[in-house]
Design a protein around this ligand. Structure first.
Ligand SMILES: Cc1cc2nc3c(=O)[nH]c(=O)nc-3n(C[C@H](O)[C@H](O)[C@H](O)COP(=O)(O)OP(=O)(O)OC[C@H]3O[C@@H](n4cnc5c(N)ncnc54)[C@H](O)[C@@H]3O)c2cc1C
Length: 395
């Protein structure tokens, strides 16, 4: 059977696109090509109930490995429980569910060397053609976005005794503030199993893994949690966008190849999280009756531009966080934010702030010096890219 659609990279975004298309058209001839040994690498992706619609939560259900009905925030001057459900998708679950739907329509351990509008070239020289290609190879790098970082190291731990948590702690910022805004994120998977992540909103992307491991161990000890075993580890350095040039970002490489996930800048500017946008894109692509390269490119390019324009306000807040606040006082911005209404907080993470929400976030005594806050209102466009020359649509 001829391949209709090639999904380059079997990460979160392309797995969701494939899975969603196959829900509607189980026999659709697509192909996922992933260089790793399994789909989705080694991540735990979480999202709030309110990030998605009821229908989206329904189709995501088989991928959810853990669910809690609320979550907690802790700051020096505020402790709060928010009654919004929180969900985690593990790569293990993603692989199991999506691989079963794909059957022989996936190639693992396969490196793609070049990506074109209607074909890919594998590193072993094999050439595969299709009516459309979606590039989901993750963050393309480059310097067209002005970014800070959300970086973290997480340890999966088994404890000697139950931890006593009933809900995740999304931010425990009562810890020492070093390297920017620091907090610990804890997902309690069972009474004695948890993922504990030491997280920083920092100017630099470097991760000192040994230091972070020992900070997590110190944190666990202070909570009274005796670690019996460390069963795994995950680390991430996610972009927090302060400004930049989305056109230049898209101009790198072949201009006409559709993109998904981080490759297409489909992520939340303030968290670097991409799952909700990946779900939305999967829904939209699966609804297209005729999947072909030109219209898929137009769709992903247009959606990415719209997301960029819609999220200018988030980039302003990010600039206030990174440029107006002293690094060790950045936590105050989040502490103040978490004093606002639950509805507003939900809309913030879902990327659906109303104008009145935007005003509420900014009104009042700012937790940063006013003169520095005012300077953040101007958004610089990043350096313009040099357009790469076309080579038959293959990059
Ligand atoms: C540890 C970690 C935790 C995160 N947690 C969350 C979270 O809780 N919630 C959330 O919304 N976001 C989270 N994110 C952020 C973001 O959602 C993830 O980075 C997400 O995986 C991005 O999806 P993607 O499909 O764009 O890229 P990826 O999931 O990174 O997928 C890209 C895939 O392409 C493959 N690939 C790359 N090059 C080639 C090639 N040449 N040939 C073949 N295959 C190739 C890679 O092996 C990879 O599997 C997290 C990120 C990390 C790193």
């Amino acid at each position: 059977m001829t391949t209709e659609l090639i999904l380059v990279g079997g990460g979160l975004a392309n797995c969701l696109i494939a899975y969603r298309i196959l829900m509607e058209r189980p026999n659709f001839p697509l192909l996922v090509v992933e260089r790793g040994a399994s789909l989705g690498a080694d991540h735990t992706w979480s999202f709030h109930d309110s990030d998605l619609t009821a229908n989206q939560r329904r189709w995501m259900e088989p991928l959810i490995a853990h669910r809690w009905s609320s979550h907690e925030l802790r700051f020096p001057g505020r402790r709060r429980t928010i009654n919004d459900g929180y969900n985690s998708v593990t790569s293990e679950r993603l692989h199991r569910v999506v691989a079963a739907a794909l059957g022989d329509r996936m190639r693992l351990g396969t490196e793609v060397a070049k990506v074109g509008t209607n074909a890919i070239l594998l590193s072993d020289g094999e050439h595969i053609e299709a009516r459309a290609v979606i590039d989901g190879r993750g963050d393309p790098g480059g310097n067209h976005l002005d970014i800070g970082y959300q970086k973290f190291l997480g340890l999966f731990v088994r404890l000697a005794e139950p931890h006593g948590l009933i809900a995740p702690i999304l931010m425990d910022a009562t810890v020492e503030q070093v390297d920017g805004f620091r907090f610990v994120y804890t997902l309690p998977f069972s009474d004695t199993e948890a993922l504990i992540e030491d997280t920083y909103y920092a100017d630099e992307p470097d991760l000192d893994r040994n230091r972070l491991r020992s900070r997590i161990e110190d944190y666990a000890e202070k909570q009274g949690w005796a670690i019996a075993a460390i069963t795994g580890e995950e680390a991430g350095v996610l972009p927090i966008v302060l400004g930049g040039d989305i056109d230049a970002f898209w101009a790198v490489g072949s201009e006409r190849v559709a993109r998904s996930g981080m490759r297409g800048a489909f992520f939340h500017p303030t968290t670097g999280y991409s799952l909700p946008e990946a779900v939305r894109l999967a829904d939209e692509i699966a609804a297209i009756p005729d999947l072909e390269s030109a219209s898929l490119f137009e769709l992903t390019r247009r959606r990415s531009g719209e997301l960029w324009r819609r999220t200018g306000y988030y980039r302003l807040l990010n600039r206030m966080l990174f440029r107006a606040a002293e690094p060790e006082l950045r936590y105050r911005i989040f502490e103040r934010f978490y004093g606002l209404s639950e509805g507003l907080i939900r809309r913030f993470y879902a990327g659906r702030l109303k104008w009145i929400d935007k005003a509420r976030v900014l009104i009042g005594k700012p937790p940063v010096p006013v003169h520095r806050a005012l300077r953040c209102f101007a958004e610089n466009r990043g350096p313009r890219s040099t357009l790469s020359s076309s080579n038959g649509g293959i990059q």
